[in-house]
Write a protein that binds this ligand. Structure first.
Ligand SMILES: Nc1ncnc2c1ncn2[C@@H]1O[C@H](COP(=O)(O)OP(=O)(O)O)[C@@H](O)[C@H]1O
Ligand SMILES: Nc1ccn([C@H]2C[C@H](O)[C@@H](COP(=O)(O)OP(=O)(O)O)O2)c(=O)n1
Length: 241
């Protein structure tokens, strides 16, 4: 089997990674692996089993649940935990509040890193969301270009102004719920800032730009423009291989 073309997309919360990654995958018929969804799914599994990851003495229990979790991406943008579709459940604010210690747990990271590399190499074919055998994969997260796929064919680091990111998340919640969310744009901005800080300062696999990543600032871009930029980069790198 020839090696897949791997696109690593990293960046802070709500910068546009998953929206862009999903659309790039659809256009190029690549698989899409949402690594953040894997951390969210493990957090959900903990909460559903009565284990609060924010309690320090629960680290070993969190690691055990992560090792027992079966996480799959059966279709583009959908996530299954232990055979059940959890695509919506993992987006709640309860998950966001409990996720930092899950993401900072070295055993959890080791478990998910192995699964992410297997998915990106095509070793776990059922996990890829592209319909026919894909030529490549897009994976987004925080440490994809730096730790998970350090030799990815293309690395993109997506950023956007903090206020714009908070407004976009607010609009997204409003569209989903059909009414203004319980949180204001300011509340969301605070949550994003706290999560970025936790992601950038944790000891293991912190969020940072890989030296060879292309920076894409989406503050003043349309979604279409973001996707076009990445598609152009893929074509130029595929052509020059
Ligand atoms: N260029 C853009 N213009 C407007 N909204 C955008 C743009 N890029 C992304 N969004 C919206 O911003 C929100 C956050 O994007 P998302 O892809 O979920 O970010 P991330 O995966 O980085 O957390 C989503 O509602 C998405 O539709
Ligand atoms: N590769 C990754 C992906 C996500 N994480 C952690 C850190 C993030 O705050 C959470 C949630 O990630 P996700 O990409 O779903 O979050 P946002 O869509 O940006 O709100 O998971 C991580 O530590 N490493």
């Amino acid at each position: 089997m020839s090696r897949l073309f791997r696109i690593a997309i990293d960046g802070p919360a709500a910068s546009g990674k998953s929206t862009t990654a999903k659309l790039v995958a659809r256009r190029l018929n690549f698989g899409y692996i949402d690594s953040g969804a894997m951390y969210r799914a493990v957090t959900l599994k903990c909460l559903e089993n009565g284990i609060d990851p924010t309690q320090k003495n629960n680290d070993a229990k969190v690691a055990k649940l992560a090792s027992e979790a079966s996480i799959r991406f059966p279709r583009l943008g959908s996530v299954e935990l232990d055979g059940r579709d959890v695509s919506s459940l993992i987006r709640s604010s309860e998950i966001v509040r409990a996720i930092a210690p899950v993401a900072a747990n070295p055993s959890v990271r080791a478990t998910l890193a192995q699964q992410q590399r297997d998915l990106a190499s095509g070793a776990t074919e059922s996990g890829l969301s592209s319909e026919s055998q894909p030529k490549g994969v897009v994976m987004d997260g925080r440490d994809i270009g730096t730790v998970i796929l350090p030799d990815a064919e293309l690395k993109v680091y997506i950023i956007a102004d903090a206020r714009i990111r908070a407004q976009r998340r607010f609009d997204e919640l409003m569209a989903k719920q059909g009414t203004a969310p319980g949180e204001s744009v300011d509340d969301i901005a605070r949550d994003l800032a706290a999560r970025d800080l936790a992601d950038q300062t944790r000891k293991i696999s912190p969020l940072k730009k890989a030296e060879d990543a292309v920076v894409l600032d989406t503050s003043n871009c349309t979604i279409e423009e973001q996707v076009d930029s990445i598609e152009r980069l893929v074509h130029s790198r595929m052509g020059s291989k």
